[in-house]
Design a protein around this ligand. Structure first.
Ligand code: FE
Ligand code: FE
Length: 257
């Protein structure tokens, strides 16, 4: 069974830090800090190589490096949609925002499910019960369902906990040299937003266009999640070559990070 979050694990400790430190003000600051992309100039291939060294500590289903997870997700998509290159490339790159770890960000600011700041934290977030004592101290604990937002304001108005989703979205938005379409950028932006896409929370904020986003994210999520069940995946040179060519098509130039 996937996404089984056990107590007294490194996952629980990460979420403890997340609920302690991810506040509205913190996220506003982080978003501001990373709105200026002056950290590095790197190609996606260089990032995938760096990702060989990063194992996501928030994920109970994955003990492989993040670069393996990248190719595995893309290959799961290619199996089902051999000609949907837009989607394959998203499978490959969706987690490379985790490069934040080389800029010195702590794990709780990079990975884990995202949630909304500035309104009440829903009871369905992971570890709500075992970490209730820390959630109770969060500034949003007693906040209302709408908090600082208006009903149906739209997802893009929400301040989501900071991590690799929002960061990569901003990188793609600001670098104009690639061929990734807005629809796919939104999949990246909300793929860790489990309280919304899987637990049915935050419906009060959705506008009409957000229902299409939900459909797209859920479609993508099955590949992101179930590729982890494939324990005997082997990354061959042939697979690497296929994606290298695809990357050259979609990203003719290095990106500013
Ligand atoms: Fe992710
Ligand atoms: Fe992933």
């Amino acid at each position: 069974m996937l996404r089984k979050f056990k107590e007294d694990t490194k996952q629980e400790r990460l979420y403890y830090d997340m609920y302690k430190n991810q506040t509205y003000d913190y996220v506003i600051n982080q978003n501001k800090k990373y709105s200026i992309l002056n950290n590095a100039k790197l190609s996606i291939n260089e990032i995938l190589n760096i990702m060989d060294k990063f194992v996501d500590p928030s994920d109970p289903d994955l003990d492989k490096s993040n670069s393996i997870h990248a190719y595995q997700t893309a290959e799961k998509i290619r199996e089902k949609y051999p000609y949907d290159y837009d989607l394959q490339i998203i499978g490959l790159i969706h987690d490379i925002g985790k490069i934040l770890f080389i800029f010195g960000e702590p794990p709780w600011a990079i990975v884990g499910d995202t949630f909304v700041l500035g309104c009440r934290i829903p009871k369905s977030v992971v570890y709500y019960n075992s970490l209730k004592y820390i959630i109770e101290q969060h500034p949003d604990y007693n906040n209302s369902i709408l908090g600082v937002y208006k009903e149906k304001c739209g997802l893009d108005k929400l301040v989501l906990s900071f991590g690799h989703d929002e960061y990569l979205y901003q990188v793609l938005k600001q670098n104009k040299t690639h061929k990734i379409k807005e629809k796919y950028m939104n999949i990246i932006r909300y793929h860790s937003f489990y309280p919304w896409h899987t637990m049915g929370e935050y419906r009060q904020f959705m506008n009409k266009s957000d229902y299409k986003k939900l459909e797209d994210v859920l479609m993508f999520n099955q590949f992101d999640l179930y590729s982890k069940e494939d324990k005997d995946f082997v990354l061959t040179d042939k697979i690497k070559k296929y994606y290298k060519d695809l990357l050259n098509l979609y990203f003719p130039k290095d990106l500013q990070w």
